[in-house]
Design a protein around this ligand. Sequence first.
Ligand code: B4P
Length: 196
Amino acid sequence: QPESPLRNAKVVFVVGGPGSGKGTQCERIVKKYGFTHLSTGDLLRDEVASGSARGKELTAIMEKGALVPLETVLQLLKENMTAKAATSKGFLIDGYPRELDQGIRFENEVTKCKFVLYFEVSDDTMTQRLLGRAKTSGRVDDNEETIKKRLKTFHDITSPVIGHYEKQNKVRKIKAEGSVDDVFVQVEKVFDAMIA
Ligand code: B4P
């Protein structure tokens, strides 16, 4: 079997609750460090926008604040990473893993992550940010009821992912209550130390 072009890819997982600022900070990281940003939320919304049958099922799941099936997300990630492998300096995998199995499957089938960037924010702050975004986003999941469910999904299912990587000393925790600039100062410290 030929060696996968992704075996030696530099991968950083970006994890945090809904509205913790993952996507916002990833844009800044891309500008400064030149990584390839793949947001699983964006990939799923693209799939929905394509109008495919698979897309319709995804909307229903996202409206409920639940997680879409692992196979769907992993497949989307692999396709997009493979297409960019030759030109990428490294990948920011944003919004993934959201459950333990997603991390385990990815690391078995693609490659190990270098570290996990974790944005820690209170539920109150996340809720306020998402309600702010709701005014303009048009997203099916930016409303009070769905936000509550997304927070529950995060605490019940995603939190154990952080514990798993903490045991491996791979979590780099960012206190993300502050402004976008304040948060990015902490992110820079992590990247300068890890990527050099
Ligand atoms: P995502 O698209 O990942 O949604 P998110 O958690 O809301 O995004 P993010 O944390 O990036 O917030 P942002 O920076 O935009 O997921 C949506 C759904 O897709 C999930 O619920 C799930 O159903 C599905 N899904 C995605 N990945 C999956 C997976 N791996 N497996 C299964 N299902 C999956 O920031 C939010 C707002 O805050 C913005 O308005 C921003 O401007 C503002 N903001 C950011 N930082 C700020 C700061 N420091 N100060 C003030 N405001 C700030």
